[in-house]
Design a binder for this molecule. Structure first.
Ligand SMILES: [Mg+2]
Length: 236
């Protein structure tokens, strides 16, 4: 099955580069801010998580909507928040939006190796278009990919649209991503191959049972992919 793959559809955040860690940092900073205003850590984290899941269907993914969630908690829970509190939110927003794009180990060499085989590489990510395209440019990877496709939310329909628009042959396509809900489930629904990159922490909203049909493999690192293609060789 793996030998038929000619087109790789890569997720970006937490598959090619770190992202969730910056959201965790933003949440920690917000918890400190609200603790100074008298709120307990446990209560604030629950507010963030509940509102975060609530807003996803309305505002979509990305730092902008996430910061709006934090700001809404501040405004709803604190009577007349100070300018300092709003400034603290602005600093959290700035760090979350402009964080460095740090590739995981082995990402560059793996992508270069696949590209060197003549395979097609498509970046397929969700969130705010400008923000995701900015990270893609800053990643230094744009020369290896034929396109960067940003959708508000990854669904079977959005993946189907990608497959149809590029007239991809399903047996030749493999989706690679860290999210069971957004990457793997739509791939299996559309009948294409999938490789699940299992990260230490999966965001609660992205958890989902994975059915094994067409799941090529579960890997810990992108650099395991060349080993799947050439099992007789060891290392990447
Ligand atoms: Mg991801």
């Amino acid at each position: 099955m793996v030998g038929s793959i000619r087109c790789w559809v890569f997720d970006a955040d937490d598959t090619l580069w770190e992202s969730a860690g910056y959201f965790r940092d933003a949440e920690d900073s917000f918890v400190h801010l609200m603790a100074d205003l008298g709120f307990t850590e446990e209560w604030i984290r629950k507010q963030v998580h509940d509102r975060d899941i609530e807003r996803l269907s309305v505002t979509g993914y990305g730092p902008g909507p996430y910061i709006e969630t934090l700001r809404s908690i501040l405004v709803d829970c604190v009577e007349k928040p100070s300018d300092d509190a709003f400034s603290a939110i602005a600093r959290i927003a700035n760090r979350l939006t402009n964080h460095p794009v740090t590739l995981f180990p082995g990402v560059l060499s793996t992508l270069e190796s696949l590209s060197g085989l003549g395979h097609r590489l498509i970046l397929y990510t969700m969130g705010e278009k400008d923000h995701q395209e900015d990270k893609f440019e800053r990643s230094g990877l744009s020369g290896l990919f034929e396109d960067c496709v940003v959708v508000p939310r990854k669904t079977p329909e959005s993946l189907e649209a990608l497959i149809e628009s590029r007239q991809l042959h399903r047996d030749e396509v493999c989706v690679v991503g860290n999210s069971p809900r957004s990457d793997i489930a739509p791939a299996l629904h559309c009948g294409v191959n999938a490789i699940y990159v299992k990260r230490p922490c999966t965001w609660a909203a992205e958890d989902h049972d994975i059915q094994v049909t067409k799941l090529v493999a579960t890997v810990s690192h992108i650099s395991d992919i060349p080993v799947l293609l050439h099992p007789d060789r060891t290392g990447g």
